[in-house]
Design a binder for this molecule. Structure first.
Ligand SMILES: Cc1cc2nc3c(=O)[nH]c(=O)nc-3n(C[C@H](O)[C@H](O)[C@H](O)COP(=O)(O)OP(=O)(O)OC[C@H]3O[C@@H](n4cnc5c(N)ncnc54)[C@H](O)[C@@H]3O)c2cc1C
Ligand code: FES
Ligand code: FES
Length: 1274
């Protein structure tokens, strides 16, 4: 065997030769650590977030074509890249050379906030454009389906992408010759008279044109290599693993014979996550990526044969082509497969994953196997012993030894037969999120009738998500053969299937009753679909479906998004150079898009740097009996393992009232609590050693996980807070009616895209320590580190250039992690890096708290609420149908009082409400929604509008003080720094706008490097929506001090430049540096009396959302949202609108799909984007309209602006209430008239189960307590 052991590929046009390649290395760490291309980001490591997207290009010497496709670098073994050209975000453009149009447009269209997702977005779009220079909107949304963004809400990203489409600027839905902008989606006028939209927030005419001839060419060397094909077997090896890449099919079979247990790795999207997350280890890997026989596409007389090595994206294209060309009756299977291929994972995974890998993996929630299993498909196998064909049936899927591949066999191809006349195939799925989410239940169904007689000849039904593999309802189908396709058959079928496909109450994944309901709901959908086609084929013999039942069959999801924005105009008197009020692009926007923006973990390694990883508790409440470190300490590369004993008297820090321990001592109080820290030469070594730390626990009682359990055990954190206004007991005596109930709101993971990361560097002199960390609160990090190291604060400097999203999640836990990391760095006198993996991050850091609200409301018959008694409980973890009219009459009046007796002027609230009513055409649309609901039984629409009063303030003046430092240099340039952290909210951009206005100089003259405790000491936490407010006032103060000093010089030489004035000031010994200060907003709150003035101002707003739900599956689609917001006077409408819509989408996630699941033992199940679903591009409202109220004055704030970071989150609940409205409509129609209490998040499960019908009644229910559920509601 002629062997090659040198790996050769190209990255960004440069040849890379790797002589000692380790087969365990994935492309992402290789790019980031070895090639120092840090533009490609780590967000999850499991293919679920898209932050690591790169383009892979390969030349096929047979077709002579180059295939470009997007891929997740985190799942690509570098050994699989021989002969490939990889393009990363750095390879397509940079500020040093020329930025690429994709990079330019995403930045200039305000598609970046924290920027951490941006390189991945850029690469997904770039790759699409390499294949389709003028894509359709469908192609665009498809290309971005595998990329998550937590900040922007996606609208500006779509806007940027649309500029590449042939027709841009609208939904492109010209189905009826009318587009969304011509007429609202419901055929209603968009806005009331006089309410015009503003121009776009970017100038399209200034964009660089897309010129495909300017792209990097495919390396000719790789083409020649591929053409010559005097190929050699590739063998790569390390001490632990061998990688074999054979040249021929024969050789592949030899390898498989020799190493029967070795996986045949194609896309590595199944093997990769198993290795990474489940600890599976394969000493040998076989990679047949060059075997042509695995890529066959044959049209035979009875169907298609598809090579096992084809990617799912290729299969999708092939099938799409076939269904175009062949008559519909032949392509039933292909259509069903195509339906699921459209939503299966994201574009990156579809391009990596192979058909063979998908089939052979037999994942319980595979989308394709249940369809293939009902379609009489066969698998063509090959081994050294010869060929064999086996059916892809239930036995194969359940891995029965006599129906499975033998270990030496490989799958060469799959035969998928054509369908016949009178044969129908359908596919169904319901997931937590419509796209890029594994199905909760999916299904493939096929029926074959005898010619024209409507008698079932063959019936096959298969389900995924309900067992350890796809399950076929074989016996039920058998029993139904010979029956007519009618309601009686359906009824029997449902009962039979429920009986056969039974699910235990304790089944993994939970949602058992929902799954049972879906099983028969899908069956009903299939029944309707087939009935409808039969009716079309033979109207005489088959009855029509009732009109209102047809709604069960329509698709909810649309890919055509459109949006309008309305913002404030610049006053005619404003100086043209003054940038305040202009939609200035995020200062780092272009650097985000080119990958040049440096985040903490992008910093180059420091000499002799170590990596720290944590071992965390696997128990929720237990005594630590023993910790055995011996094996872990003996692992290669391990330098130290620190426990609480090592930290001894510095193992805690007091932030609130009680000191919190860093590393657990004798007891643990939650799963994920830090127990010890492993320090090693590399991340891989540290992680391997951490797995060998042996901890023995003894469980303790009680185990308190839920709010109900803490009420039962009276386990609360102090202090309890109470507010009283008026005499509630008296009020209850006079009201007409009283309503009591409870509402539960689930927690939310912050899901910042950049996980917790830091680098602590001992300076080697005077015990100085530099801490580079992704945090919202550098001062706190400084304090906790200084205290841990027993150093004064002046020896510890904390630096934050930017943060890749935080949302309140990078404060206290970050401090604890930093303290331990700094302790390690100090102990060993070496730099220490710590960057959490996504799963660790979710486990360790907690998130937004779940709430339980118990309410008792007393109201009059005219809808006025006179008395309200509410108890709120928050699950803080282990350490510290209302009608529109009712909403309106109970709203704050112009001058009013809050429950804590703070006076407010709510005029703008009323104005937001009225504008939102008008802009959304609420009343007209309400009628349309009601009409729709009357005509459609299985789909319902809901419309809801919510007002917003969001208090802004920090509870004390001291908490709001801020400082800034402004230097003017002798060349006239300015450096500004302040205490706020840039985490995507654009604070640095706004600060430069402030300097520009105050010093009357162009923004380009002003620079901002980052935040550091060295320049601005004692800065407060960046949070509470006020970072720009407070720091802006400090920056303004500094500028005004400077201006005052320089005014005489300027007025003497008014035509001079800043260079002239600075030089004169220097010559006259006038300081060119000033500190600015803002004392904070006045604030007081007396909790004893329950009154005070805790807030400086209120942000007002209103949102109206319309949704459509599928009553049979619980799916929902946000059809349209209108938001009106009072922002005072906007400093930067692009940033402000970005904050509003980003927060709205995050809120929508909170109230609908983001669901944290915990085991009854308190273990978090949802530890990554594969299990925890934040909104993706498919969740964007089809129509989104945002309007800012006209400017209003607010004397105390920065240029009368208002802070907007958080308020929009609440508006997400308009979607919750719209769903509530739709569910109520369904229930009314089904005769269920009582009050409806729905908890948040309103997931597909809750929606479906609330739309009670004959199917929900049919399913078996388990007695509570008769089983141990997979998850408990926390
Ligand atoms: C982020 C993410 C999202 C996903 N979302 C979905 C989803 O929504 N719906 C869904 O259905 N699936 C989903 N998947 C699963 C995905 O479809 C499978 O992982 C994929 O199809 C496996 O293909 P692969 O080529 O990557 O397999 P690999 O990981 O390369 O191999 C998988 C297995 O197949 C075997 N194998 C591969 N080819 C052959 C062959 N020719 N002969 C014999 N054995 C072979 C290997 O030995 C190995 O055991 C998702 C996966 C990820 C990572
Ligand atoms: S890091 Fe690769 S997809 Fe998330
Ligand atoms: S800008 Fe997308 S995650 Fe922050």
């Amino acid at each position: 065997m002629d062997r090659a052991s040198e790996l050769l590929f190209y990255v960004n046009g440069r040849k890379v030769i790797e002589k000692n390649v380790d087969p365990e290395t994935m492309l992402l760490p290789y790019l980031r650590k070895k090639l120092r291309l840090t533009g490609t980001k780590y967000g999850c490591g499991g293919g679920g977030c898209g932050a690591c997207t790169v383009m892979i290009s390969r030349y096929n010497p047979i077709t002579k074509r180059i295939r470009h496709h997007p891929a997740n670098a985190c799942l690509i073994p570098i050994c699989s890249l021989y002969g490939a050209a990889i393009t990363t975000v750095e390879g397509i453009g940079s500020t040093h050379t020329r930025i690429h149009p994709v990079q330019e447009r995403i930045a200039k269209c305000h598609g970046t906030q924290c920027g951490f997702c941006t390189p991945g977005m850029v690469m997904s779009i770039y790759t699409l454009l390499r294949n389709h220079p003028e894509p359709t909107l469908d192609q665009l949304t498809d290309a971005l389906g595998g990329n998550l963004c937590r900040c922007t809400g996606y609208r500006p990203i779509i806007d940027a992408c649309k500029t590449f489409c042939k027709t841009s600027g609208c939904c492109q839905s010209k189905e009826n010759g009318v587009c969304c902008l011509d007429q609202g989606i419901n055929g209603l006028p968009e806005f009331e008279e006089g309410s015009k939209t503003s121009p776009k927030l970017f100038a399209e005419e200034e964009f660089l044109p897309l010129d495909p001839t300017q792209e990097l060419i495919f390396p000719p060397e790789l083409m020649i290599m591929a053409e010559k094909q005097s190929q050699r077997t590739r063998v790569f090896g390390s001490e632990r693993m061998m990688w074999f890449s054979p040249v021929t099919l024969k050789e592949l079979l030899e390898f498989k014979f020799k190493y029967p247990q070795a996986p045949v790795v194609m896309g590595n999207t199944s093997v990769g996550p198993e290795v990474k997350f489940k600890g599976v280890f394969h000493p040998v890997i076989i990679s047949p990526d060059r075997i042509e026989e695995l890529s066959v596409v044959n049209h035979t007389y009875n169907g298609l044969t598809l090579g096992a090595g084809l990617s799912l994206a290729q299969v999708k294209d092939i099938l799409a082509d076939v269904v175009q060309k062949l008559p519909e009756e032949k392509t039933q299977m292909y259509r069903a497969l195509l339906k699921h291929l459209g939503t299966l994972a994201g574009s990156q995974i579809r391009n990596m994953a192979s058909l063979g890998g998908h089939i052979i993996s037999r994942h319980p929630d595979s989308d394709l196997n249940p369809i293939l299993a009902v379609g009489n498909c066969t698998l063509n196998l090959l081994s050294k012993e010869g060929k064999r064909q086996i059916p892809l049936n239930e036995q194969f899927l359940s891995k029965c030894p006599n129906a499975d591949l033998k270990p030496q066999e490989i799958l060469v191809s799959v035969n998928i037969p054509y369908s016949r006349k009178w044969e129908f195939v359908s596919a169904f799925r319901q997931a937590q999120r419509q796209e890029n989410a594994l199905a909760i239940v999916n299904s493939g169904m096929r029926v074959f009738f005898g010619e024209g007689v409507g008698i079932i000849r063959e019936l096959c039904i298969s389900y995924g998500g309900v067992g350890s593999t796809a399950i076929c309802a074989k016996n039920s189908c058998q029993e139904l053969i010979g029956r007519r396709w009618n309601e009686e058959m359906l009824d029997i079928a449902c009962r039979l299937v429920l009986d056969e496909v039974s699910l235990l109450g304790s089944a993994p994944g939970g949602k058992v009753e929902f799954k049972r309901t879906l099983i028969i709901s899908f069956l009903f959908k299939f029944y309707l679909e087939v009935s409808q086609i039969l009716k079309k084929m033979d109207p005489v013999h088959y009855p029509s479906l009732a009109d209102k039942y047809e709604s069960a069959l329509e698709d909810l999801h649309s890919k055509h998004h459109c949006s309008t924005l309305k913002y404030q105009n610049i006053g005619p008197k404003q100086h043209p150079q003054d940038p305040i009020g202009h939609p200035i692009m995020h200062l780092s926007g272009v650097k985000h898009a080119t990958g040049e923006a440096i985040y903490c973990d992008d910093m180059p390694p420091v000499d002799q740097e170590l990596f720290l990883t944590f071992v965390t508790s696997s128990r929720a409440h237990a005594k630590i009996v023993s910790i055995d470190l011996s094996e872990a300490l003996s692992m290669p590369g391990v330098v130290d393992i620190m426990t609480a004993e090592h930290l001894s008297d510095v193992n805690s820090f007091c932030f609130f009232t009680e000191a919190e321990k860093f590393l657990a001592t004798d007891k643990v109080f939650c799963v994920g609590q830090l127990v010890c820290a492993v320090l090693a030469d590399s991340e891989v070594q540290a992680k391997r050693a951490a797995k060998r730390v042996k901890i023995v626990y003894q469980d303790l009682e009680p185990l308190i996980l839920t709010i109900e359990e803490s009420i039962q055990h009276n386990s609360f954190f102090e202090p309890e807070r109470k507010l009283e206004y008026g005499n509630v007991d008296e009020a209850f005596k006079v009201v007409d009616q009283i309503l009591e109930g409870e509402i539960h709101m689930g927690g939310q993971e912050h899901f910042y895209m950049e996980t917790q990361s830091m680098l602590v560097v001992p300076k080697g002199e005077d015990q100085e320590m530099d801490v580079y960390v992704s945090t919202q609160f550098p001062k706190y990090i400084q304090d906790i580190v200084a205290s841990t190291l027993k150093l004064p604060a002046n020896k510890v400097m904390c630096h934050v250039r930017r943060v890749g999203g935080a949302f309140g999640g990078k404060v206290l836990k970050t401090g604890i992690i930093a303290a331990v990391t700094a302790f390690a760095a100090n102990k060993h006198g070496r730099a220490v890096r710590c960057a959490l993996e996504r799963g660790e991050d979710m486990l360790i850091t907690g998130g937004r708290h779940p709430y339980l609200g118990k309410y008792k409301a007393g109201f009059m018959n005219d809808g006025r609420i006179l008395a309200l008694d509410m108890e709120h409980y928050s699950n803080a973890g282990a350490s510290l149908d209302e009608s529109l009219f009712v909403r309106m009459i109970n709203m704050y009046k112009e001058i009013d009082q809050t429950p804590y007796k703070q006076e407010i002027n709510a005029k703008n609230l009323t104005q937001c409400w009225r504008e939102c009513m008008a802009m959304s055409s609420y009343s007209l649309r309400k009628v349309v929604v009601e009409k729709f609901n009357a005509e459609n039984y299985w789909k319902k629409k809901g419309l809801a509008m919510v007002p917003l009063k969001y208090p802004v303030g920090l509870g004390s003046r001291a908490a709001g003080q801020a400082a800034a430092l402004v230097h003017i240099y002798l060349d006239g340039s300015v450096l500004v720094t302040h205490g706020g952290i840039e985490m995507g909210q654009g604070v640095h951009t706004k600060m430069i706008q402030v300097v520009s206005r105050e010093l009357r100089m162009p923004m380009s003259n002003v620079h901002l490097r980052g935040t550091s405790t060295e320049t601005v000491p004692n800065a407060n936490i960046s949070g509470g929506s006020v970072v720009a407010d407070l720091n802006g006032l400090a920056v303004k103060d500094a500028c005004q001090t400077l201006l005052k000093r320089l005014e005489p010089i300027i007025s003497k030489n008014p035509k001079g430049t800043w260079k002239d004035w600075a030089q004169t000031a220097f010559d006259e010994s006038i300081s060119l540096s000033a500190v600015g200060y803002f004392r904070g907003y006045e604030s007081d709150m007396n909790w004893e009396k329950g009154e005070g003035h805790p807030f400086e101002y209120f942000v007002y707003g209103a949102a109206c959302s319309e949704v459509e739900i599928d009553c049979l599956t619980g799916d929902h689609k946000n059809i349209r949202t209108d938001i009106v917001m009072d922002v005072g006077c906007s400093i930067n409408p692009a940033i402000d609108i970005g904050q509003i819509e980003g927060a709205f989408i995050q809120g929508m996630g909170l109230y609908t799909i983001e669901e944290l699941n915990y085991s009854p033992q308190g273990i978090l199940h949802t530890r990554g984007p594969d299990q925890y679903k934040i909104p993706a591009i498919c969740d964007m409202p089809t129509e989104l309209h945002i309007a800012l109220l006209p400017p209003s004055q607010n004397s105390n704030t920065l240029y009368s602006s208002k802070g907007l970071g958080e308020s929009g989150v609440f508006l997400g609940c308009s979607v919750f209430f719209a769903i509530h409205d739709a569910v109520s409509a369904a229930r009314q129609e089904r005769g269920l008239h009582g009050p409806l209490s729905l908890n948040s998040p309103l997931t597909p499960e809750k929606i479906r189960m609330a739309c009670e019908d004959k199917f929900t009644k049919m399913i078996p229910r388990d007695e509570p307590g008769s089983y141990v559920p997979w998850n408990v509601p926390i």
